[in-house]
Design a protein around this ligand. Structure first.
Ligand SMILES: [Zn+2]
Length: 61
């Protein structure tokens, strides 16, 4: 079986992990209910998109 000849250096490991961190999704404000929403997505709180109500939001609780 192929096997690594030697351990990678700490610097090489750290360079690989430099891209591993998670980032928060982009957020904007809903023009109807003023809550934080993802852009280009219908507001999950009030069902509005581009200042117009396009969906009924069911209370799932
Ligand atoms: Zn909204």
């Amino acid at each position: 079986m192929p096997h690594p000849k030697r351990r990678h250096s700490r610097g090489r490991r750290n360079r690989r992990r430099a891209h591993d961190s998670l980032r928060l999704p982009a957020m904007s404000i809903c023009t109807e209910c003023q809550r934080r929403i993802r852009p280009h997505v219908v507001c999950p709180h009030c069902g509005a998109y581009k200042g117009r109500k396009v969906l009924e939001v069911k209370d799932l609780a």
